[in-house]
Design a protein around this ligand. Sequence first.
Ligand SMILES: Nc1ncnc2c1ncn2[C@@H]1O[C@H](COP(=O)(O)OP(=O)(O)OP(=O)(O)O)[C@@H](O)[C@H]1O
Length: 357
Amino acid sequence: MFGINKLFKKNNSDRTRLYEVLEAYKSGVFPLGIEREWVENYTQGNDGITLALQIPFAVKSVNSRLTDYLTKQLGQSVKLTIDVKLPDVHKYKAVKHILLVASGKGGVGKSTTAAFLAQALSAEGGRVGILDADIYGPSIPTIFGVQDAKPTSKDNKTLNPIIKDEISIQSIGFLVPAENATVWRGPMASQALNQLLNETEWGELDYLIVDMPPGTGDIQLTMTQKVPASGALIVTTPQDLALADAQKGIAMFNQVNLPILGLIENMSHFLCGHCGEKNHIFGQHGGADLASRHGVPLIAEVPLDINIRETSEQGENILTASTEQAANYVACAQLVGSILHYQTQSTSTVDIVITDD
Ligand SMILES: Nc1ncnc2c1ncn2[C@@H]1O[C@H](COP(=O)(O)OP(=O)(O)OP(=O)(O)O)[C@@H](O)[C@H]1O
């Protein structure tokens, strides 16, 4: 009896120690550490610990760093598995979150950022879709290398998305020649977005990224109001003109009470290929200053990099095309998933009703 008690106490203290060590693993992505509710399974054997975590946002690649940390802290070998499972709350049909990616100014790299973020969220364990609503220049098909694809329909009412790298893709560019789309007026544009969203068979998704048309006018405002989004990301470059337009984007989302998940400063700097020096071609601190002025997180400062341009123009996946840039987008995806998770838990976002007009 005494032996069983002792063993029971030992098991409990091992578990308590594990929780303490997990909770101490704090970072930008894990502001509260690894929470004890995420522990799905834990066994202590003679040859070490086996631990299964279920984390509510897409962070699969944290596995090796976390394993090293646990091994060091607990002084024994750790076999860790991570499953990504978001809470069963759906913002739209079987889609858990819709994220708008917007920019005030055109050409700042919004579509590239939206596409690579989708690829990184998927690689990190999320089920991901991307909806290209950029009527002025739908470039998502090109970035994914599926520009010649044509969505099929099983019943002539709904469309199947194009699937590439496990990501469901739908684009205004699959359906309308670019020269027709650009002359659309506001109501037509927002109706097209509605149709693409509503009539695509998205299936079950954790994250649906919407690549918005650049700008902050009536078209973008109407679109924003008609999509039941969880939050928005704003892409800007450090140039004054782009920052001024990004500020208008922040004002637009504030006007409709849509949480801004953060700001991504693209083409932030250029690393000299010879000496490695950071050159701030378009200016410095602009994104950080804008973000802190408006109390929104600065998610990433993505460099101006030839691999990014080539990968996006050649329709490749950034996760396989460039290790260095992949790391940037993975960090970005982890932070976006985390911010979305904690923001959704602490605030109730406005529920926007979709109508057909
Ligand atoms: N960080 C970067 N480094 C190098 N090239 C980049 C980077 N980001 C984007 N680009 C390139 O810049 C060009 C414009 O990018 P993209 O189409 O994503 O911009 P956009 O903001 O979506 O434009 P628009 O608003 O006009 O649709 C593309 O050729 C893309 O490859």
